[in-house]
Ligand binder design. Structure first.
Ligand code: NAP
Length: 463
């Protein structure tokens, strides 16, 4: 009896539940477990299918893949998650494309239905595109390739022409599946577009690109499902494809950038760097630097505190340190809340994941819209390694590249304490006037070390 049908049903329901659970920080962990369970059921369901004639190649593959996957999960730090995801997509895309080629090779093309031929073409095209595109995204994020956009005149037109050409080639292949040259031509163009579509995009926009490539990998997997007549692949691929696409759109929206601007705009240098000299003939703006003791004195006197975490929190792994400091301040009578920006950090939900790991209570986390009106009535805002998401230029400077991006109104609070290592810029490479305002105190240093020193100082004052 073939039990793969019921197994696929259980797996598909698990995947849908996973997505539902992942939309709430409280249920996200359970969502991940349900997804892993669904994947295990789908794999076992496939391994017991009657078409499997030998496990000779499958068992070593499972062992090698499991060892590599477990090592990656154990050793890759949270800040490297976008890179890890890019690598996973690369190999997912490659697997789908190779399955497509093997299906084409092992069947007589004349006996394949039009749907199967179209699915094979789509699967290999998007699979190879995802493979090279994701490898390139990985290289840019990891610094193997410059994060700056690499572009030349006519590149966008070339990409569009190559894309349209592949679609025409696909149509020809469906009409004449025996034309192997057309099939392999589509594969090569897919490999090339993966490179040429990603090189003009700055390293800074790679998270959006990775999420879009995720969507291509999903499309490729779904097409594989049609080619292999495998329902769970069709469903999982479709869920993956659409969720990746929606995520890319949401990230672009939260950065106030159009999707087309991310893909074709060659935005950013990909690296943060020194702050440019402030406007006004190169005069460098003054900022007021405070010590750990100054920061603690201000925090101790505050009744209401909002913590704004950003990418620097992830870099310094300061999530436990901020939670511990927050708890002490709360026990001293202050109201402590955390403001989470949709694009703080380098991937969606980055801050939620880190703060959840440190057991910061969910009811202390507030989204932008829910907390932005409260800054004006807040005593102290503690900015922990955030920069762009607290840059007032996004509201006031029409010439700024981030103008229009929703940002926190932190400058309206009585005092702002900024923890960062230097006066360097963040992701967008833009200086931030917040750091130079009279109500802002900058405490320089690694965020985790500064927070730990603040905790020690606070405890010594309480003794
Ligand atoms: P950010 O603008 O990149 O700023 C990070 C700040 O952290 C920098 O000012 C840096 O200054 C500081 N920092 C780095 N390491 C630190 C450490 N060890 N200790 C203390 N401070 C440290 O970060 P953000 O405010 O979170 O903004 C995120 C940006 O990423 C936005 O522009 C967003 O559009 C973009 N983005 C986000 C996503 C997403 O999905 N989340 C996706 C794509 C793009 P120093 O070097 O001086 O310390």
């Amino acid at each position: 009896m073939d039990l793969s049908g019921p197994a696929y049903l259980v797996a598909s329901v698990s995947f849908i539940l996973t997505l539902q659970f992942l939309s709430s920080p409280k249920l996200a962990r359970q969502g991940v477990l349900i997804g892993a369970f669904g994947m295990a059921v789908a794999v076992v369901g496939t391994l017991i299918r009657p078409e499997i004639v030998t496990y000779k190649w499958i068992v070593p593959g499972v062992l090698v893949g499991s060892v590599i996957g477990a090592a990656m999960a154990a050793w890759i730090p949270m800040t490297k998650m976008p890179e890890r995801i890019a690598l996973s997509h690369a190999f997912g895309g490659l697997a789908a494309a190779l399955v497509g080629i093997s299906e084409y090779v092992r069947h007589d093309p004349h006996h394949l239905s039009n749907v199967t031929v179209a699915a094979l073409g789509l699967e290999t095209f998007f699979g190879f595109l995802t493979f090279t595109g994701s490898l390139l995204a990985f290289g840019k994020l990891q610094g193997f390739i410059t994060g700056a956009p690499i572009t030349f005149p006519g590149l966008n037109a070339l990409n569009i022409a190559a894309f349209v050409g592949s679609l025409l080639g696909l149509g020809l292949f469906v009409l004449h599946p025996e034309m192997a040259n057309v099939f392999y031509g589509i594969c090569v163009v897919g490999l090339v577009i993966g490179v040429t579509a990603v090189i003009p995009i700055g390293g800074a926009d790679m998270p959006v690109v990775i999420s879009l490539l995720n969507s291509y990998a999903g499309l490729s997997a779904s097409a594989t499902g049609f080619a292999l007549d495998n329902n769970v692949l069709i469903i999982a691929g479709a869920l993956d494809g659409t969720s990746g696409f929606i995520l890319s759109m949401m990230m672009s929206k939260a950065m106030n950038r159009s999707f087309a601007n991310v893909l074709f705009g060659a935005f950013g240098t990909g690296d943060s760097g020194p702050a440019p000299a402030a406007a006004g003939g190169g005069r460098v703006a003054q900022y007021s630097q405070g010590s750990v003791e100054d920061g603690v004195a201000t925090l101790q006197a505050a009744q209401s505190i909002i913590v704004v975490p950003g990418y620097g929190l992830a870099v310094s792994q300061a999530q436990h340190a901020i939670r511990e400091l927050g708890q002490i301040l709360e026990s001293g009578g202050a109201k402590v809340r955390y403001a989470i920006h949709p694009v703080a950090g380098r991937m969606p939900g980055h801050m939620n994941v880190l703060l959840a790991e440190a057991d910061v209570p969910y009811d202390q986390l507030f989204d932008l819209d829910d907390i932005n009106d409260d800054f004006a009535q807040t005593d102290v805002v503690l900015v922990v390694g955030a920069n762009d998401v607290v840059n007032p230029a996004a509201k006031t400077n029409k010439g700024s590249p981030i103008y229009g991006m929703p940002v926190f109104n932190v400058e309206l609070s009585k005092t702002v304490i900024v923890l960062k290592r230097s006066m360097n810029t963040g992701f967008s490479g833009l200086d931030n006037e917040l750091f130079y305002l009279p109500n802002t105190m900058v405490v320089l240093g690694d965020a985790k070390k500064t927070l730990q020193a603040m905790k020690t100082e606070l405890e010594s004052r309480d003794d």
